[in-house]
Write a protein that binds this ligand. Structure first.
Ligand SMILES: Cc1cc2nc3c(=O)[nH]c(=O)nc-3n(C[C@H](O)[C@H](O)[C@H](O)COP(=O)(O)O)c2cc1C
Length: 502
């Protein structure tokens, strides 16, 4: 049942996911670039089902591979054949006719799907929001509006990259919108007029109570559907702003109350992950009248300390600064905070807008299962563009239809019962052994190395094949995580620790 990922990013690791992809422009029958995006973004059932009916790739001499900017290094023909021959026949349902099941809301205000741009450079002009809305995003949380004099540093970004060059974690030292409040209000008016069904979330940051109040009022008057209070930017030049507020529950309560005084639309408090637990600030926001919580903003970080200059990245004329970390690397931390808020009984009924490292519909699904009712995204858009919305929507819609779930709203928080904040609830008397599939094993012995040096010396290497010693295995599953060919799975066999036998 459900997507088995016959192919993965690893099979197309050299694909550049091109703009105006040459592979598609020379293809006589279809759009291989679109299918490759589907594989990259975990949406291969839909990618396979969208291919033209007849597999002409099998007989084609693959001009796509010759046109590829990476000169034939992406096995496009093979991948299309796998989609045709392996993925499509296994697809459990056809592509659903509609996307009604993606409809949801933020505090009662309709969303055509759960996906919004999060407040940042990706939603900082009229033109950008227009293109994102046309592409299919349900709304945008506009770049934080303020009356401060914003001058950004250059360069202002840095990243930790994976082996194929894609971004794993992203650091920024960017601040807030450098447009005037009046300019941003004009943008809101135009957006609301031209896109009345799209959700405009106005992110604001005031300097004092009066300003939180006046900015919130202005946003409502100029067409915003909801206001997001930025209590969480870690990059402010002056003390007492951004995450400095989010770390002090009394200030969160006071400024939320100020914004609520002047608005009738829903107010979300955007909270900082730069705290031990988020509940004190979230409860303070609720006391101040907030209707929901948005989380997470970026995590304070240092990356890329140069071995030559000793300066971390991004270096601005020989200096750097602690800055906010985002992207896929922060997803586990974000999920932990979303679950904390989702499980807090005092916050029951508050909307949670979840973000932090979401790239694919599966990432988004994890946030929804942990309690998020809407999803926001920045770093993946910075890396891949607004076009990711296609696979976010199609993948989530296909999953819901396949599982027989009528509405995405039905599964908000559905995974919360299994999560415990502490490990004391876990059963500790049995060991679940790993199971080795020797047909998939390539004999590399990485499981042996890891078990010897990072485990419990429970795997022997015999004629280049692993053999488990059940009397030593503690069932930690390090071998399974390390195995590069997926030859190790969770076994069926459990033993009682006191009575170990295999
Ligand atoms: C370059 C950049 C600029 C950002 N600017 C803002 C901002 O103005 N206001 C805000 O609330 N969050 C801002 N954020 C934080 C994002 O909205 C989001 O909370 C965070 O990046 C985590 O999501 P992601 O991993 O999808 O990027 C910014 C993030 C980045 C990367």
């Amino acid at each position: 049942m459900l997507i088995k990922n016959v192919i993965s990013r690893l099979d197309m690791i050299t694909c550049a996911l091109c703009n105006d992809a040459p592979c598609s422009s020379v293809c006589p029958s279809g759009d291989p670039a679109k299918a490759l995006l589907g594989i990259w973004f975990d949406d291969q059932d839909v990618a396979a089902l969208k291919l033209p009916d007849k597999n002409i790739c099998a007989q084609c001499d693959a001009p796509c591979e010759k046109a590829c900017v990476n000169s034939g290094s992406v096995p496009i023909k093979h991948l299309m054949n796998v989609l045709y021959e392996k993925v499509r026949p296994e697809a459990e349902i056809p592509i659903p006719d509609d996307i009604e099941r993606l409809k949801c809301d933020i505090c009662g205000v309709s969303l055509e799907n759960p996906f919004l741009l999060s407040s940042s450079v990706v939603a900082s002009t009229y033109d950008m929001c227009e293109r994102a809305f046309d592409a299919g995003w349900a709304g945008a949380c506009f770049k934080t509006i303020c009356s401060l004099d914003i001058h950004e540093a250059s360069p202002r970004f840095s990243a930790i990259k994976g082996d194929n060059g894609s971004i794993i974690g992203f650091k920024n030292i960017e601040q807030l919108s450098d447009h005037s409040v009046a300019e941003n209000m004009e943008i809101f008016r135009r957006l609301k007029k031209n896109y009345p069904t799209k959700f405009i979330l106005a992110s604001i940051m005031g300097k004092d109570e009066a300003e939180w109040e006046s900015l919130a009022r202005l946003c409502e008057e100029n067409g915003a559907d909801s206001v997001e209070l930025n209590f969480s930017c870690p990059n402010m030049q002056e003390d007492g702003l951004g995450s400095d507020i989010g770390q002090v529950p009394e200030l969160v309560e006071r400024f939320t109350r100020a914004a609520k005084r002047s608005t009738t639309i829903p107010v979300l408090a955007k909270l900082t992950p730069n705290v031990a637990t988020m509940s004190p600030a979230a409860e303070a926001a609720l006391r101040g009248g907030a209707d929901g919580i948005a989380a997470i903003n970026t995590i304070k970080s240092i990356v890329g300390v140069s071995p030559y200059t000793y300066v971390s990245a991004p270096a601005v004329k020989g200096k750097s600064a602690v800055g906010g970390y985002s992207g896929n690397a922060v997803k586990p931390i974000a999920l932990r905070f979303i679950a904390e808020i989702g499980q807090n009984a005092k916050l029951k009924g508050m909307h949670i807008s979840g973000m932090g490292g979401i790239e694919t519909w599966r990432d988004a699904l994890e946030f929804i299962l942990m309690g998020a009712g809407s999803i926001q995204i920045t770093t993946a858009v910075m890396q891949y563009g607004y076009r990711i919305i296609d696979d976010l929507k199609a993948g989530l819609n296909y999953y819901l239809a396949q599982m027989g779930i009528k509405s995405v709203k039905d599964i908000i928080g559905a995974g919360l019962d299994s999560v415990s904040d502490t490990t004391d609830v876990l059963e500790r008397d049995t060991v679940l052994f790993p199971a080795f599939d020797l047909d998939k094993c390539n004999g590399c012995g990485r499981c042996v190395i890891s078990c010897n040096d990072g485990g419990h010396q429970a795997i022997k290497f015999d004629d280049r094949r692993p053999k488990l010693d059940g009397s030593k295995c503690v069932g930690c599953h390090l071998c399974r995580i390390i195995c590069p060919t997926g030859a190790i799975a969770a076994g069926k066999k459990r033993v009682n620790l006191k009575n170990r036998e295999i």
